[in-house]
Design a binder for this molecule. Sequence first.
Ligand SMILES: Cc1ncc(COP(=O)(O)O)c(C=O)c1O
Length: 399
Amino acid sequence: MDGFPKFLSARATAIQPSPTLAVDAKAKALKAEGHDVCGFGAGEPDFDTPEFIKEACIQAIHDGKTKYAPAAGLAELRQALADQFVEEKGVASCAPSQVVVSPGGKYSCYLAIQAVCNPGDEVLIPAPYWVSYPEMVRLAGGVPKILQTGPEDGFRLDPNALREALTEKTKLLILNSPSNPTGAVYPPELIRELVEICIEHGILVLSDEIYEYLLYDNSEHLSPASISPEAAKSVITVGGFSKTFSMTGWRLGTLMADRPIAKAVSDLQSQTTSNATTFAQYGALAAMRNWDQAMREVSDMLQVFDRRRMKLFNGLNDIPGINCFRSTGAFYLFPDIRELGVAPVDFAARLLEKKMVAVVAGEGFGSQTGIRLSYATSDDVLEKGLGRLKEFVEEEFSA
Ligand SMILES: Cc1ncc(COP(=O)(O)O)c(C=O)c1O
């Protein structure tokens, strides 16, 4: 029996579960049954959290930091994040009161949307998008308006498309660079142009920068809030520790915004989760206070990611009918499979069934053009998975 549907709220029944988590769960279940699955579905680094960060957290537990913390986060951590926002990102000013530490970048995004969206407000979301944005907008009663981008334009929103989409109901534009699922990085001049259009029209920007340190091919990340004092007021910046430091299970996200927005987010958090786990925040504080050491570890991870990125990129482009865009951020590739004449969702389902290779279909990201592969996976899986993918396409799609 499916429970008592009559008791479920319209909100709960309307929500779509995360397709990326579903693929990962299915791949793990097949593995547990003894199948040799090659998983390209996971959106998390396969490295361990740096040792010194773990040690700081363990020490915090020994020191009794096991009680509630302030809702918006430890004062020292908020201060360190505010300082870094100014010194490293070049934002004109940022006080600790503009910073909220949350249980994950996902929750930072959710609260940001809850804090600014009224029912009926339109939120512009470039596709392919991270799966959670439209659902979060709907949960706030807002209306997601999807703006398509494709491999032809480097998966980047065209300023003219942004202008054309604006209405008097537009409240927010969501930018996510480097992007999940495409790995695309917006060049600084394009970020400037898009943010200036938003400022001109009184629209807020949610800039999800969770992958900001995962960059390749000398690509550059510009934090939109750093563009001008007006931008600092209009942009809500979300970040976190999950992807950069391989801390997905720690559940630690950040948010920086103009003071009234940050206060609203903090108030919402205080009534919904209280604080992010106290001792976990001490691990994050160690990363902030030993930034050079932390970045050395990230740079080691990046070298491995980059090697895998190129291996996967070249391997995919060697498969007839698959055309892969050379992404320069995060740890995803989003190859175009349109030439094969199959819907991504069917391709992914058949690939898992026939070859035990898990990828995420583009439909979950609002795209009909391709599939997402994460290269946050071992070299062995990568090689074996590529081989099976090639076999699958040859067996199923060659004329
Ligand atoms: C684009 C994007 N934003 C935010 C998040 C949330 O990260 P977390 O909640 O683990 O900090 C993710 C995780 O997959 C993501 O891909």
